[in-house]
Design a protein around this ligand. Structure first.
Ligand code: HBI
Ligand code: FE
Length: 286
């Protein structure tokens, strides 16, 4: 999903981990975290999957300031065996998958500046920790993330990483889940963004379609703006089951024979929750 990786910095280990150097964050850095946290903590109840709020709670993420990864890992490990490790930023895919497959989530240590609170071009510590870590405290989602990492390592052998990356994009980053009282957010790219937390649920522009593994792995995505499609799962168990019970080798063969699906297309077989007007996307293209 991300094309260019910098060289491994001299201070990083072979697996790209670095010390978090928590004591080096400035008062401004901590204030940025607190501002973003307060904003999302107010916005998300009722919009986000309850498992995410439970995760914030059990991991005590409301404690002021940027979390110390060692403290966070201690609580998380007791719950689900996951750890949070510090990395300089984006890491190469094989390194990323190797961490996930071993229940380590690589989180960037950098935090955005106070003048770029809503839009960032690379994932920072707020996106990585606030967005991704709460659901790692949920046993089923925790298993899904590991299964994804294991699948990622296998996808490298098939040269199919860009197909598998679509699964990550449309679930872990931008997924919606059907709740008892309507659609809920769970993707980290959505829940860590004030504006997309509103857009993904309320805006008439995007399509909201039922999740189907093959369909998702055929569908292009955009990295430069709000999504034009969101895919809706029934439960985290559905996501884990389909990942564990699919033989990805034959699926990659099948995908190689099928055309990619353009971003905003709705197919006859899609389970349509909302058919988008695409008005927002059109206004941005104009
Ligand atoms: N590195 N730090 C970091 N965070 C990511 O989310 C990430 C990455 N490297 C590769 C990657 N994501 C994706 O390419 C894969 O899931 C497909
Ligand atoms: Fe992310």
């Amino acid at each position: 999903m991300y094309q260019d990786y910098p060289e491994r910095p001299a201070e990083a280990a072979a697996d790209w981990t670095v010390p978090q150097n928590w004591a080096h964050y400035s008062a401004t850095d901590h204030r940025v975290w607190d501002t973003l946290f307060a904003q999302q903590a107010k916005l998300l109840p009722g919009r986000v999957a309850p498992e995410f709020l439970d995760g914030l709670d059990v991991l005590r993420l409301s404690k002021p300031g940027i979390p110390d990864f060692d403290e966070l890992s201690e609580v998380l490990t007791k719950r689900t065996g996951w750890q949070v490790v510090a990395v300089p930023g984006l890491v190469p895919e094989d390194v990323f998958f190797e961490h996930l497959a071993n229940r380590r989530f690589p989180a960037g240590i950098f935090i955005r500046k106070p003048d770029e609170l809503d839009y960032i071009s690379a994932p920072d510590v707020f996106h990585d920790v606030f967005g991704h870590v709460p659901l790692l405290a949920h046993p089923v989602f925790a298993d899904y993330m590991q299964a994804y990492g294991q699948g990622g390592l296998r996808s490298l052998e098939f040269g199919a990483i860009h197909k598998l990356a679509r699964l990550y994009w449309y679930t872990v980053e931008f997924g919606l889940v059907q709740g008892a009282d309507g659609l809920k957010l769970y993707g980290a790219g959505i829940v860590s963004s004030r504006s997309e937390s509103i857009f993904a649920l309320d805006d008439p522009s995007p399509n909201r379609l039922g999740f189907d593994l093959t369909r998702v792995m055929r569908t292009k995505y955009r990295i430069d703006d709000y999504q034009q499609n969101y895919f809706v799962i029934n439960s985290f168990a559905q996501l884990l089951d389909v990942t564990l019970n699919t033989d990805f080798g034959p699926l990659y063969d099948e995908l190689a024979r099928l055309d990619d699906i353009e971003i905003a297309t709705v197919l006859p077989d899609d389970r349509v929750y909302t058919r988008g007007t695409q008005a927002y996307a059109r206004s941005r293209a104009a």
